[in-house]
Design a protein around this ligand. Sequence first.
Ligand code: SDX
Length: 443
Amino acid sequence: MSKKTLTITDNRNGNLYEFDIKKGSCGPDVADLTSFYEKTGMFVYDPGFKSTASCSSEITFIDGEKGVLLHRGYEIEELAEKSDYYEVCYLLLNGDLPDNKNKEKFINILTHHTMLHEQIQRFYSGFRRDSHPMAVMVGIVGALSSFYPEKTYDFSSEKGKWVAVSRLLAKIPTMAAMAYKYSLGQPFIYPKNNLSYSENFLHMLFSTPCGEYKPSKASIDALDKLLILHADHEQNASTSTVKIAGSSGANPFACVAAGVASLWGPAHGGANESVIRMLNIIEHEQHINKFLKKAKDPSDPFRLMGFGHRVYKSHDPRANVLRKYCHNLLKEVDNFNVPLFKLATKLEEIALNDDYFIKKQLYPNVDFYSGIILKALGLPESMFTVIFAVARTVGWISQWKEMTESDNRISRPRQLYNGKKTRKFVKINDRKSKHELFLDYNQ
Ligand code: SDX
C-alpha cells in the first residue's frame, strides 16, 4: 500500500512539497513537518499550538469532540470509579495497572520517602506568611533539586529516573501540607507510614500537635478521586513546560518547579481558585445572567471561570465525575457548601443552554467543581491549585520520563519576526525618544 503523504503547493512558484502522514493508535493523524523548514525555507506558524502535536506519547489520550479521556487505554470514569490514586500513578508511570505484589512494593517505596530533609523546613521561613502557597511551592520544589544534585544522581540512568520519580511523588504532599501549615503559622506535621496517600495528606494538612485529624471515609475518597481526575492530561501547558525544561537535560526537580509555575495561571490550574471567587462574586442565582452577559462581551475581560477548554469541545469527562463526587461529599461531609454547589449547578444549567456558550463550545471543565470539593474538605481557595499541583506531579514526571526515553532533542521553537530590520547605531546625543519610560524610580 502506497505511503500516506500530504502535498502542499506554494502558489507563489508552483513548488510542491510532500510530507509523510503518521497514524497513531487512535485520534487524529499527524503530518510530519519536521523537514518543513529544510524543504520550504518557511516555518510553520501556530501560536498557542492549537494545531501542533509536540511529540508522540502512549500515556494519555483525549478526544475533545467526544469528551473521552484515556490513561494507557483505561477510561477516566472507570479509573475514578474502580481504582485508586496509587494504581493510577503506577499505570501512568509503568504502562499498566499493578498486580498485588507490585502495588504493595510501589506503595512501600512511596511511603518510605514521604519525609523531607529537615533542612528544607528553613526554606519556608524565608517566605512572608501571607505568600500565595503556589509561590512557596515553586520555591520549595525547585530547592529540592539542590538535595538531589546531578553529581550524585545520574538522571539519565533508569535508577536516577526512578529516584526522581519516587521522591517527587512521595514528597509533594508533604511539601504542599507544609506550605499550608506555614501560611497558618502552625507547626509542620510529619507524615505517618500507616496512612494511605490521600489520608496521609489530609493528616498533614489538618492535624496539629494538639490533636490528630481523623478524616472521614467520604473525605479520603473525594480527595483520592480528585487526585485521580487531575493526574495527567496529555500535553497541557504545565506538562509542556516540564518537558521543555527537561529537554535541555535540566534537573527533574527543577523541571517540576517550572510546571508548578505554569499551572498557577488562572487560564490553567489557577482556574479552580478563580471559580470559587467568581461564585462568591455572583453570590445569588438572580445575578447569573448579568455575569453571563459580561462573559459574552468581547470588550469585557470577565470570563466564566471553569468553563471552556482548548481540547474538550463537547464536555470534560472529569467534570461529570467530579459533579457526582461533589454531590456525594456535600451530603456526607459538610452542608456549608450546599448554597455554593446549588449556585454552581444553576450556573452550569443556564450556561449550557446559552447560545453563546453552545456556539463557542464552552462546557464546564475539571476546575468547575473541584473548588467546591476542596472547600468542603476545609481548604482555603489559595490552596486549590496546590492540590492540583500535587495531583498533576505524577503526570508531569510520567511525561518527563517518557520524553527522556524517546526523542530527546532540545525543544527550541522558531518565530515569525516582525521587528526592525538592520539599522545603524545612533549616538546618545542624536537620539530622540518617542516615549517616556513607563515606570519612575520611586514606583
Ligand atoms: C485546565 O490544557 C489542559 O488540558 C488544561 C487542563 C488540564 O487538566 O491540564 O484541562 C486544566 O487548565 C482547564 C481550563 C481551566 N481554565 C479556565 O476555566 C479559565 C476559563 N477558560 C478560558 O480561559 C479558556 O476557555 C481556556 C484558556 C481554557 C481555553 O482557551 P482557548 O482554547 O485559547 O480558547 P479561547 O480563549 O481562544 O476561547 C475561544 C473563544 C474566545 O472567543 P473569541 O475570541 O473566539 O470571540 O471562547 C471564548 C473566548 O473569548 N471563551 C470564553 C471562555 N473561554 C473561552 N468566554 C467566556 N468564558 C470563558 N470561560
